[in-house]
Design a protein around this ligand. Structure first.
Ligand code: 5GP
Length: 183
């Protein structure tokens, strides 16, 4: 591994092998539960790109993919939970069986608003898959997560799609940032 991958400010939480094993399990479960359905996997950019890419290759079904980009106004007021669509889906989801694919659920506000918005578009079903779930800071406690890779403690993590100031998304592992000021 390069020196970037052995950054002393990062502590490995899940190794590439552990992630691959868990993603395979989720893919097997989704394959069984969506047989015969018109499955659309929606990746929320940018964080979910690697999770989505790996997960869909573990799903043995004729699915389609689409992407959305959103921005949350968490800096202004955490409780507002306002979400702006920066890039919308390319195709309609009416009548489709949709799984929204996220990198991490923290307060739950982003996915709560997103499911509200997509929920009005006539999908046959709408479920949530997230690689990581950080339950401690959850504000939307009733948000239902249907497929979860790992539940993690309330720490800031990077890698496998997750960033700090847009860096570290390419790390093959998930790492905890020991000192976020130096990330
Ligand atoms: P929520 O609306 O659930 O609070 O926000 C989820 C979003 O916050 C994620 O999609 C991600 O962009 C960001 N986020 C929350 N926790 C972390 C973390 O530990 N690491 C990184 N890199 N992003 C996080």
């Amino acid at each position: 591994m390069s020196t970037e991958f052995t950054n002393p400010n990062l502590k490995v939480l899940y190794s590439p092998a552990e992630i691959a094993q868990r993603v395979k399990e989720l893919g097997t479960q989704i394959t069984a539960e969506y047989a015969g359905k018109d499955l659309v996997m929606i990746g929320i950019l940018k964080g979910s790109c690697i999770f989505l890419a790996d997960l869909i290759r573990e799903i043995d079904l004729k699915l389609t993919i689409d992407f959305m980009a959103v921005s949350s106004y968490k800096d202004d007021t955490v409780s507002s939970g306002d979400v702006e669509i920066l890039k919308d889906l390319t195709n309609p989801i009416r009548g489709k069986d949709v799984i929204i694919c996220e990198d991490i659920v923290d307060t739950g506000l982003t996915l709560f608003r997103l499911t509200e918005m997509l929920g009005s578009r006539g999908a046959n079903s709408l479920k949530i898959a997230t690689l990581l779930d950080k339950p401690e800071p959850r504000i939307k406690k009733d948000l239902k997560i249907d497929y979860c890779g790992f539940q993690i403690p309330n720490k800031f993590v990077v890698g496998y799609g997750l960033d700090a100031a847009n860096r570290y998304r390419n790390l093959p592992f998930i790492g905890v940032v020991k000192n976020p000021a130096e990330a």
